[in-house]
Design a protein around this ligand. Structure first.
Ligand code: PRT
Length: 225
């Protein structure tokens, strides 16, 4: 346990989850002054600090106990947990609340002209992805061998430029796949944003802040249903 008495929450600095996360915290009554340059923002009316980082850093910060809570997509969370397990690093956390934003699916998509005949037709192919661990788990569970190349962005362009046979990427509306001549063939993971909590025990001050905050978060989620 630490002697720190302010609850530290990690959220995405900028991107698809940041506006919804900020709106959620504000609706919970937190007075937040998030300016682009300050990466650690103090909440004025509660003993809470908000750490604004890249989404991909949030699971590790919570798993290592640097942040007490984090708001992150299940896709990022699961990918990080698998990666850390593989490297023998600590990957424990509690999923405290499933949030109702950030919905998407991680899917395999192939060029329109590909003759898809079921999962076996993906055997031996190469995929561009940001999520190699989730893709690897899917391949193992389905008894196929695949190769992958890691891309952190613009994954959809990979088949057209000859980098990969197909892709494994996040999809929400499907418009990006369509614009790049790709067709979704297998959904491998469904995701939403989650509030996660460190497995490191909280001291009594932090626990009592969390006991105040959690019902508010759950109330806001219920009101949005
Ligand atoms: O912060 P950092 O840069 O590390 O994270 P990031 O690169 O993952 O950031 P960002 O902002 O792109 O995504 C943050 C989180 O939003 C993701 O981890 C998901 O949990 C969630 N999310 C929900 C999505 C999407 N929907 C989504 N559609 N993340 C990305 N996309 C991309 C997808 O990669 C593809 O390029 O949107 C495109 C497809 O969208 P459609 O609508 O055309 O299907």
């Amino acid at each position: 346990m630490t002697t720190e008495t302010r609850l530290r929450i990690a959220m995405q600095k900028s991107g698809r989850l940041s506006d919804d996360t900020q709106a959620l915290l504000k609706r919970c009554g937190l007075k937040l002054n998030v300016s682009d340059r300050r990466l650690l923002a103090h909440v004025a009316n509660m003993p809470i600090d908000i750490m604004r980082v890249r989404s991909s850093d949030i699971p590790g910060l919570v798993m290592d106990g640097v942040c007490d809570l984090g708001i992150v997509g299940d896709n990022t969370l699961e990918e990080t947990a698998l990666e850390r397990e593989l490297m023998g690093q600590k990957s424990q956390y509690f999923k405290t609340t499933q949030l109702n934003f950030g919905g998407c699916r991680l899917s395999i998509a192939m060029p329109e002209e590909f003759n898809y005949q079921g999962i076996d037709s993906l055997n031996g192919l190469r995929f561009a992805t940001t999520y190699p661990q989730l893709l690897n788990r899917f391949a193992k569970e389905n008894g196929i061998n695949i190769e992958f190349c890691l891309l952190k962005g613009s994954v959809e362009v990979a088949p057209r430029v000859g980098l990969a046979d197909g892709i494994c990427d996040l999809v929400s509306t499907g418009a990006t796949l369509e614009a790049n001549g790709l067709v979704e063939v297998e959904e491998i993971f469904r995701s939403k944003a989650s509030l996660i909590q460190t497995a490191t025990p909280l001291n009594s001050e932090k626990q009592s802040i969390l006991d105040t905050l959690l019902p508010r978060i759950q109330g806001v989620m219920k009101a949005k249903e």
